[in-house]
Ligand binder design. Structure first.
Ligand code: IMP
Ligand code: MG
Length: 173
């Protein structure tokens, strides 16, 4: 595997997760918070943000498929793993690795809103705003990205590179 230059360094990610964790801890103090991680790309971000949130919370997972092994959006969203617990009346915070077209997230949010949570917000580490086809400003966001295909820190290309401790641009590899 060739080396990939960092676009966002491990230090910058650590700083962002600390700031996001502090904000979330303030905003959800006293509330029944459920961190909902969208598999698989967000697991590394989830693990880090969990250790920066200082209030009680529960975690759960959903899996959706969007891209397969291609670098472009198919627009089709399939739920591969759903929640087993009721989210009615709970404060749900979706933990996402990256928002690209926004199609995956907007589909997921529509589905979850139908289950009547007390609140539903998004915490995304990365957002390719210039590529959003659906306007959804995550309440919590780490970095705005240029139009690039990135890997590392949980993000993959055909299941590769998830273990890189930083975010790198796949171009030039
Ligand atoms: P969207 O529906 O176009 O917003 O796509 C969102 C999903 O596509 C993300 O949760 C990722 O799984 C994947 N994805 C989008 N852009 C990238 C990227 O640059 N690197 C790796 N995965 C990506
Ligand atoms: Mg994802």
């Amino acid at each position: 595997m060739s080396t990939i230059d960092p676009l966002i360094t491990a230090e910058e990610i650590a700083q962002a997760t600390a700031q996001l964790g502090a904000r979330i801890s303030r905003d959800y103090d006293g509330k029944d918070l459920l961190l909902l991680s969208v598999l698989k790309g967000s697991v590394v971000f989830l693990a880090d943000i969990m250790r920066q949130i200082t209030i009680p919370y529960a975690i759960d997972f959903m899996a959706v498929s969007s891209y397969g092994n291609s670098r472009t959006s198919s627009g089709a969203v399939k739920i591969n793993l759903d929640l087993k617990q009721d989210i009615g009346g709970r404060h749900v915070l979706i933990i996402e690795d990256i928002v690209d077209s926004g199609l995956t997230l907007s589909y997921l949010m529509g589905l979850l809103k139908g289950r009547a949570p007390a609140s539903l917000e998004v915490c995304a580490l990365l957002n390719k705003r210039s590529r959003n086809e659906i306007q959804l400003e995550p309440k919590y966001q780490g970095f705005d990205l240029p139009d690039a295909f990135v890997v590392g820190y949980g993000l993959d290309y055909a299941e590769q590179y998830r273990g890189l401790p930083y975010i790198g641009d796949l171009r030039g590899v």
